[in-house]
Ligand binder design. Structure first.
Ligand code: FPP
Ligand code: MG
Length: 298
């Protein structure tokens, strides 16, 4: 798969800015898993597809630069974040440069592709807004959480799959959109589970850090609903706090029982939906993306 080609095109696009500063800051970014590019290239692989992938990766990097400012994150992909190293102003502006140059390139594509992708960036930003608002207090509402991750995590993945299908002239491109949406939901829920089940060495951050930083993810919502009133108050009192060893151990063991099991079932529910669509559109590569994700130890 031409992931290296994608990375080179992204750099070429940025070189159009002729800004040494922007280019050298961009080179500081750690390359991620390129999940969205893998998805696109599983649907269509040609020169336009590589360009589309580069655009999507630039948008993804821009959103993470902004997200790290919003979340005040010091690390990204195991490396010091741009905001931590160069300050918030630099991180925001680099995000804007990546984003606007990606859109300049996107305007050269068919309008259906440009519209699908730009709509997803609006949804992504709406999702981030919802996330910020949910972080204000302990959230026990599952639907609000699912709506937020649909926007923040799944919308760009869904649009990536749809745009690839449009590029491949598949008339059923909405099926691909739905595939991406369910894949994105399952992916985010698994990510939330890993924050609880994995050791800090593997996570590159302390376990349970989502809850400490204000993210009431699905396992916490499920746990809340199975506790009595006293324990509910205890759980809410830990929200956004640095946990002492006793609270950490107790919370961890409660989460590892039923809540994690229920969250895994939810991830599998969305994963199976995506699998059914991959089978319907007869794309074995899309099936294998889901199976690899589901079979992963989470
Ligand atoms: C990570 O969430 C953040 C996102 C998936 C999307 C963030 C989107 C924006 C900031 C809007 C971007 C707008 C433009 C114009 C590009 P997380 O904090 O749950 O995950 P993390 O652990 O990887 O930080
Ligand atoms: Mg974040």
């Amino acid at each position: 798969m031409g992931l290296e080609r994608v990375a080179n095109i992204a750099l070429e696009i940025l070189q159009n800015t002729q800004s040494k500063e922007a280019i050298s800051l961009y080179k500081e970014l750690e390359c991620g898993k390129m999940l969205r590019s893998k998805l696109v290239l599983s649907i269509v692989e040609n020169e336009s597809a590589y360009r589309l992938c580069a655009i999507i990766e630039l948008i993804q990097s821009a959103s993470l630069l902004h997200d790290d400012v919003i979340d005040e994150s010091l690390l990204r992909r195991g490396k010091t974040s741009i905001n931590a190293k160069f300050g918030n102003k630099t991180a925001i502006m680099l995000g804007d440069i990546l984003y606007s140059n990606a859109f300049f390139e996107l305007s050269k594509f068919d309008s259906q592709i440009a519209q699908s992708l730009s709509q997803s960036v609006s949804l992504l930003s709406i999702g981030e807004l919802e996330d910020v608002s949910l972080e204000q207090s302990f959230n026990n509402n599952e639907q609000k959480y699912l709506d937020m991750i649909t926007h923040k995590s799944a919308s760009l993945i869904a649009a990536s799959a749809e745009c690839a299908a449009i590029l491949a002239t598949h008339e059923n491109h909405r099926d691909y959109y739905k595939y991406g949406l369910y894949l994105g939901m399952a992916f985010q829920i698994i990510d939330d589970i890993l924050d609880i089940t994995q050791k800090s060495e593997n996570l590159g951050k302390p376990a349970l850090s989502d809850f400490c930083s204000g993210k009431t993810t699905l396992p916490y919502i499920y746990l809340y609903h199975e506790l009595d009133n006293d324990k509910k108050a205890w759980l809410k009192s830990l929200f956004k706090k640095n946990l002492n060893t006793d609270d950490f151990e107790h919370l961890h063991s409660l989460l590892l029982e039923n809540p994690i099991k229920k969250a895994k079932q939810k991830a599998l529910f969305y994963g199976n939906f995506a699998l059914q669509i991959a089978q319907k559109v007869k794309n074995k590569k899309l099936e294998s993306i889901i199976n690899t994700m589901i079979e992963r130890d989470f």
